[in-house]
Write a new protein. Sequence first.
Length: 159
Amino acid sequence: MVWDPITDEERELPLPEWRFVDHGAAVLCSAAAAAAAAGACDHLDCSHRPFLVVLVCSRFEGGETLVYTYLSEAAAWGNPVCAQQHGYQVDYMMGSALVGNALYFGCLFGDKALKYNLELRQMSWVQLPFQSQLRRFMLTTTEDGRLGLTTVDDSKLYM
């Protein structure tokens, strides 16, 4: 389901064929997907515009991760991009972050992130500067357009 909180419109999407344990998703306006690096869309009026959904599915057994993309203009999921034998699982609790033309998704145990290049339709794994199983981190985009991490500890926000 894709929900527009401004207009309260909901759009139900068919799910692609997948049998995976962990997943994460991001919804972008098509302008963001096409020209994120150039900053062509300020996202202040994206309602009723074409959108893109990126769904990342992974499972530890077999070490597979698939990235599916749904284009609202085509009303269909594209062919998945697949990575095998990596041993990382997507952690939906870490969220996702759009940095330039790439979407980042956090992984369980917090030391890796999946980088999905929207333009090239390629995925890779990046090392994060920590490993923590005790504290929850979320991915974010910093003010200067880089990948950032946030967490809350003792009612304080750390970035």
